[in-house]
Structures are given as structure tokens and as C-alpha cells.
Design a protein around this ligand. Structure first.
Ligand code: A2P
Length: 282
């Protein structure tokens, strides 16, 4: 759990992060982050739009864990894709979290709905990225990156960037493998982070994975998290239950055989989950 990947700028990042998407603000987010930290997670992934930064921040503070032992990620929302708004949104996130820096700051989506006409999204990303580069240079974010960026979005950003993104966080699980994107990221030394590694829960009753899980005496969730690690991804499993939160870290005493990885790879498309960002209503 405390193994790390090393980002292109040398910063180390714990190989599993605790996801907080859909963890409602207040008690649920607070307790689940407390539980994650108590169970050894040191990497927490949140976002301005999740609405739970205040609870996440309180849980971090109350944990008593030294700040430098933690890796905290948050994300810039779609309403702030210009330089000044992005700087301001970042400061708001810091204030909500009660932190004076984050470990990783990501552009949450490449193409906000209100910027889809006339390539405005491209200018939006360039502007947001310029703000992120300045935040990074100022030491307020130890690393910067993007989320939900397709290859074309990365290529468009390349025309403007001075600093390359260190991370691209995407919806990645056996049903949705985005292989070309994953390979592009790897070739560009951009770490693939996997949100919804359990397919938002929809892969948990898949019979093929159930079959594999019995063989290793592990749960389906553990098999899915292990698959993500074996692919070189950084999985961000989410749960609000203490027993699941703990179980999702118990994946370091086995690895999947090539054959079983192949069986999981063959599940591509099986849960029909892909979210097409160009159609998303935000
Ligand atoms: P809950 O939040 O009620 O604990 P993903 O990380 O792919 O988005 O999946 C999250 C979903 O999977 C949530 O519904 C979560 O339930 C559920 N989940 C997380 N870990 C486990 C586990 N170990 N066993 C069963 N379900 C799990």
C-alpha cells in the first residue's frame, strides 16, 4: 500500500489512492476518509465538484498524520477554464481542504459543455494549464496533470504547454480499457490513474471475475484492483464501508497469471460503461 510510482518530475505517489467520488459531504465523506487513513491509505483523491473537500480536509486534519506522509489530489472544475478563475478555484480548494499545498492538481475534464463551440475548449485548457503551471512553479502543487483527456486533447494541450502533464486520470477497468490512450500516456511518461477500477461496482458480480477470484481466494474487488496494478495503473477504489476500504488494500500478496490477465482483458466492453465526454451534460 505504501509502494510508490515515480512521476516524470521525480515525485513519488502511493500506488493505490482512496477515491471519494460520490462520497457525500459531511459524515459519510469524513468517516470514509478517516477509515481509509486508519487503514493505511496515504493517498486521497477528491475534486472541487465532489463537494466534499471540507470533510476530506477535516478527516485529514483529525487523523494526526504528518502532512508530508500524505498525497492529496484535487481537481479543477469545468466552470474555471480561464487563467484567473483557475487560480481562484485552486485557492478555494486549498481553503476548503485546509491545506497550503496539494500533491497533485488535475484539470477534471477537457471539454466543458459551455466551451464546446468554435474550439473554445482548446483555449480553455491552455489557459487553465497556464494557471496550473504557475501553481506548480510556486510550489503549491507538487505535480500537475489532467483527467478524462483523450489523445486528441493531450495533443492539443501539447501545442501550448511548457510543462507536460504528469498524470492522466481516466475511467479504466476491464470493461473499459482505453488501450490506445493508455499506451499514449505510457509513451509520454504520463501515469495512468484509474478511477472506478471496480466499474462503479458494476463488475462485482461478473461470473468470469468471480471464477478467477475463487482461484486466488480473493474477492472480486481485490482481483479488479490487482488487475489495475498489474497493468501499471494507479487504481482509485472508492467505498464508504470500513470493511471494503480495508479489504481493497489487501492486494499485495498475489499477482495474476498472464492467463488470468488475458481473461480479464477479454471482458472489454462487457459492462458497457464508457462515458463519452463529448456528449456529457457538464
Ligand atoms: P460502497 O461505496 O457502498 O462501499 P468504483 O471504485 O469502481 O467507483 O466502485 C465503487 C463501488 O463499489 C461502490 O458502490 C462501492 O460501494 C463498491 N465497493 C467498493 N469496494 C468494494 C468491495 N470490496 N466489495 C464490494 N463492493 C465494493
Amino acid at each position: 500500500l505504501n509502494d510508490t510510482y515515480t512521476l516524470s518530475n521525480g515525485v513519488k505517489i502511493p500506488v493505490i489512492g482512496f477515491g471519494t467520488w460520490q462520497a457525500p459531504d459531511g459524515d459519510v465523506a469524513y468517516q470514509s476518509v478517516r477509515s481509509a487513513l486508519d487503514n493505511g491509505y496515504r493517498h486521497i483523491d477528491t475534486a472541487a465538484i465532489y463537494g466534499n473537500e471540507v470533510s476530506v480536509g477535516r478527516a485529514i486534519a483529525d487523523s494526526g498524520i504528518a502532512r508530508h506522509e500524505l498525497f492529496i489530489t484535487t481537481k479543477l472544475w469545468n466552470d474555471a477554464h480561464d487563467y484567473d478563475s483557475a487560480r481562484q478555484a485552486f485557492q478555494t480548494s486549498l481553503d476548503r481542504l485546509g491545506l497550503d499545498y496539494v500533491d497533485l492538481y488535475l484539470i477534471h475534464w477537457p471539454n466543458p459543455k459551455h466551451l464546446r463551440q468554435n474550439n473554445q475548449w482548446e483555449i480553455g485548457n491552455a489557459e487553465a494549464w497556464r494557471a496550473m503551471e504557475d501553481i506548480y512553479q510556486a510550489g503549491k502543487a507538487r505535480a500537475i496533470g489532467v483527467s478524462n483527456f483523450q489523445i486528441s486533447d493531450l495533443k492539443s494541450l501539447e501545442k501550448h504547454q511548457s510543462i507536460a502533464p504528469m498524470v492522466n486520470q481516466n475511467f479504466l477497468n476491464p470493461s473499459d480499457q482505453q488501450s490506445e490512450l493508455v499506451q499514449y500516456n505510457q509513451q509520454h511518461n504520463i501515469l495512468n490513474e484509474a478511477y472506478s477500477p471496480l466499474g462503479t461496482g458494476k463488475l462485482l458480480s461478473n461470473p468470469v471475475i468471480e471464477n478467477i477470484s475463487q482461484k486466488y481466494n480473493k474477492s472480486v474487488a481485490q482481483i479488479l484492483i490487482r488487475w489495475s496494478l498489474d497493468k501499471g495503473f494507479l487504481p482509485l477504489p472508492k467505498s464508504t464501508h470500513a470493511d471494503y476500504i480495508k479489504a481493497n488494500t489487501d492486494v499485495f500478496d498475489f499477482s495474476l497469471s498472464a492467463d488470468d490477465i488475458q481473461q480479464l482483458d477479454n471482458l472489454s466492453g462487457s459492462a458497457g460503461l464508457h462515458l463519452d465526454a463529448s456528449q456529457a451534460d457538464f
